[in-house]
Ligand binder design. Structure first.
Ligand SMILES: NC(=O)c1ccc[n+]([C@@H]2O[C@H](COP(=O)([O-])OP(=O)(O)OC[C@H]3O[C@@H](n4cnc5c(N)ncnc54)[C@H](O)[C@@H]3O)[C@@H](O)[C@H]2O)c1
Length: 440
């Protein structure tokens, strides 16, 4: 039976490790964050992800899942090693590969037999070959000559539903150069393989490109409907009907056609930038994605302008912010639109009362610099109480059925900024709100 090491126990690594252990495989999850590993050993999950705690608990109990900071031991004991470390943006927009390269070097230093090195981190085309070269370099340093294969196996899970996504992927992409590695990958994913999940077998470079092409396309689709929404506002059209009608076209599909305050999160912003960087580097610029990046930055800023255009001078105004995570069902605030919007409003003198169902701890870290100007509330109504307006930034389900009469009484002015279009303009105006959605 294969023994699998997962290096990097963040959103992707932890979900991958826990889910594979649930398939019955022996998994060792490695991280260099000691506190994270100590907590995980006790079953304390560092992230909010529905259902993950139960899977971790179950597999800790059956001893199929282990957590360690000892990467040497994990590499010595496991024949399949997944790299799941972060690949954040470097200052020039390219993907920072330091963490991936560090793990590749460790693999070369400690491997003691045949290994399949599976790159699950999102990495620019060419990284698989780089990983291979680094491992070879380390092997050479210690005059060792173990055989290994590098595989690209990008991950497509969505935070907020990552366990479900991992277990029900639309496809599993495997970029490899040897049949031996492909066979092992099929065995590792045997549960999905037997369920007839489509496996796309290709070379390493293509697998690396597939991930960026997919993410950039989705980012572009969101940005397209955002710009359509902005135009709808100018010409008296309603983007809700536009996107509904577009989505009925089977060639387009209704997904990712919801206008909002701009995409955010741990993937789209950095992956679009990285693809732009790769395109330029190889003299084949992806101009649509370049423009997507610019339009998305503008979209976030446009939200601030909408508030200012409606409320006038913002100095001293108090706003209730509902939702700060980059999307519902996660506590992740990396590159969340809320961060740009709140920071820009803060610079204009706004004070905040904030509520998010799970991201409050994260928000306290990110907005530490505005201690005086921000109050964290126990629920939506406390946030809205005595505020000049309410701003919905994240469409948590619980914000869809707010007690509107109560809100009306609690607000000092009836401004209602709904940046996720979860309410309808006509009904909100009938209720007496000054309602501002996106493209309605
Ligand atoms: N988060 C998502 O929704 C998602 C989806 C698909 C793909 N991805 C990609 O997967 C990769 C990981 O993303 P994430 O969101 O899980 O990141 P993350 O920041 O949540 O987790 C990365 C983990 O790696 C650990 N780490 C870094 N260097 C290490 C080392 N040398 N040894 C051991 N541990 C190390 C960090 O401590 C951290 O816990 C990224 O490339 C990302 O683009 C993410």
């Amino acid at each position: 039976m294969h023994k699998v090491a997962i290096v990097g126990t963040g959103y992707v690594g932890l979900v991958t490790g826990a889910s594979l252990s649930d398939f019955g495989l022996r998994i060792i999850c490695v991280d260099n964050d000691l506190k994270k590993i100590e907590n995980l050993k006790k079953g304390i999950i560092p992230i909010y992800e529905l259902g993950l705690d139960l899977i971790v608990e179950r597999n800790l109990y059956y001893k199929r899942l282990k957590f360690t900071t000892d990467i040497k031991k994990a590499i010595e004991q496991c024949n399949v090693i997944f790299i799941c470390v972060g690949t954040p943006s470097a200052t020039d927009g390219s993907a920072d590969l330091n963490y991936v390269e560090q793990v590749a070097r460790d693999i070369g230093k400690y491997m003691n037999g045949y290994r399949v090195v599976v790159n699950k981190s999102t990495v620019p085309v060419g990284t698989g070959q780089k990983v291979k070269a680094l491992i070879e370099e380390e092997l050479k340093k210690r005059s060792a000559s173990y055989v290994f294969d590098v595989v690209s196996n990008p991950e497509f899970l969505r935070e907020g539903s990552s366990v479900y996504d991992f277990l029900h992927p639309d496809r599993v992409v495997v970029g490899a150069e040897s049949q031996r590695a492909i066979d092992i990958m099929k065995q590792v994913y045997s549960v999905l393989y037997l369920n007839e999940t489509p496996f796309i077998l290709t070379n390493i470079e293509t697998a690396e490109m597939i991930k960026y092409a997919s993410n950039a396309f989705l980012a572009m689709k969101i940005t397209f409907i955002n710009e359509m929404a902005n135009l709808c506002e100018r010409v008296g059209a309603n983007v809700l009907d536009v996107s509904k009608a577009m989505g009925r076209d089977g060639r387009i599909s209704p997904k990712f056609l919801h206008p909002g305050p701009g995409y955010g999160g741990s993937c789209f912003p950095k992956d679009t930038l990285a693809l732009v960087n790769t395109g330029r580097k190889f003299g084949a610029p992806i101009t649509l994605v370049e423009q997507t990046v610019v339009a998305n930055d503008n979209q976030k800023k446009l939200m601030v302008k909408k508030i200012e255009d409606n409320m006038g001078n913002l100095d001293g105004k108090k706003l209730a912010i509902l939702g700060v995570s980059f999307k519902p069902n996660t506590d992740d605030m990396r590159d969340a639109p809320s961060v740009t919007i709140i920071n820009e409003l803060y610079n204009k003198g706004v004070k905040f009362k904030v509520y998010d169902p799970v991201a409050m701890d994260e928000a306290k870290i990110i907005f530490k610099h505005m201690e005086e100007g921000i109050l964290y509330c126990k629920d939506e109504y406390e946030a809205i109480s005595e505020s000049n307006g309410v701003v919905i930034i994240t469409e948590w389900n619980q914000f869809r059925y707010l007690d509107l009469n109560r809100i009306k009484d609690l607000l000092t002015e009836p401004y209602f900024f709904d940046f996720r279009n979860i309410y309808r303009r006509d009904t909100m105006e009938e209720q007496g709100f000054k309602y501002i959605g996106i493209g309605q």
